[in-house]
Design a protein around this ligand. Structure first.
Ligand SMILES: Nc1ncnc2c1ncn2[C@@H]1O[C@H](COP(=O)(O)OP(=O)(O)OP(=O)(O)O)[C@@H](O)[C@H]1O
Ligand SMILES: [Mg+2]
Length: 240
């Protein structure tokens, strides 16, 4: 049984964070209600599964600005949220850290932190920074190396765009995961429009055929603007 679900994407800005929030709602099940059951800092645990979310590197925000985990909190009420390192410049973590002159934790350190969390949570969701090959530490190791360093069972999901170009980008990401023998649970379309164009309609059929990976979810466009009650009520329905 998967304990760590790793949310990567074909690019930055594809909807990984909203997808992570939707998955948190799905895995927490009845444990996660719109009133944010669980209490500050605690795992949500009241009949559904306990879920923690980890963002090992958050870039593009100052100390007092909201990061991706604040979006997860706003959309889900979940409070078991863990940010690794925070960097000011809206750049890849290694680049932002170099410019700021701060050291980065190793991916082994991130993996240890996640393994420890997974001891007491049923599911840990891990949101990467940007796409799969973005470096997370000074050795150039990224999400793939972090995954390989985990002792806890894990699988990836790949968040993809809906439109023209996604067959190539999704294929490249899937190929990179397979080349490293990393398991993939499925693809999730990060923003699915109310009125899909021809390419989008065709991609829905072609993505599983060309990648060999099923589309397991579609997040409706505009989902990020929902309030917490509407988001948590609707999110489980976005997955196959
Ligand atoms: N389904 C959606 N509905 C509404 N807005 C969305 C949706 N998906 C993504 N967005 C918006 O698109 C932008 C990028 O999405 P998001 O922050 O989730 O990307 P990301 O893949 O997590 O990027 P990063 O690499 O920075 O973590 C955000 O402003 C987000 O609000
Ligand atoms: Mg994000």
């Amino acid at each position: 049984m998967t304990k760590v679900l790793i949310i990567t994407g074909t690019d930055t800005g594809v909807g990984k964070t909203i997808c992570t929030a939707a998955l948190a709602t799905r895995y927490a099940g009845s444990a996660l209600r719109a009133d944010g059951v669980g209490g500050a800092g605690s795992a949500v645990r009241a009949g559904g599964g306990s879920v923690a979310v980890v963002k090992p590197a958050q870039t593009g925000v100052t100390a007092d600005e909201p990061g991706d985990l604040d979006d997860v909190r706003r959309l889900t009420g979940l409070t078991d949220l863990h940010e690794g390192v925070r960097l000011r410049d809206p750049l890849a973590p290694t680049t932002a850290a170099r410019r700021e002159g701060v050291p980065l934790p190793t991916v082994a350190a991130h993996a240890k932190f996640i393994d420890d969390l997974a001891i007491t949570r049923e599911t840990v969701l891990l949101e990467g920074a940007g796409g799969l090959l973005v470096g997370l530490d000074e050795d150039g190791h990224g999400l793939a190396e972090l995954a390989a360093a985990l002792n806890t069972p894990f699988a990836f999901v790949v968040v993809t765009r809906s439109g023209l170009g996604t067959l190539n980008h999704t294929g490249l990401t899937v190929e990179a995961l397979r080349a490293r023998s990393l398991p993939i649970d499925g693809l999730i379309i990060g923003s699915w429009p109310a009125e899909p164009d021809l390419a989008e309609q065709c991609n829905l059929d072609d993505l599983p055929v060309t990648t060999g990976v099923p589309v397991i979810g579609r997040i409706p466009a505009g989902a990020g603007q929902l309030d917490q009650a509407a988001f948590t009520a609707a999110a489980p329905g976005w997955f196959a």
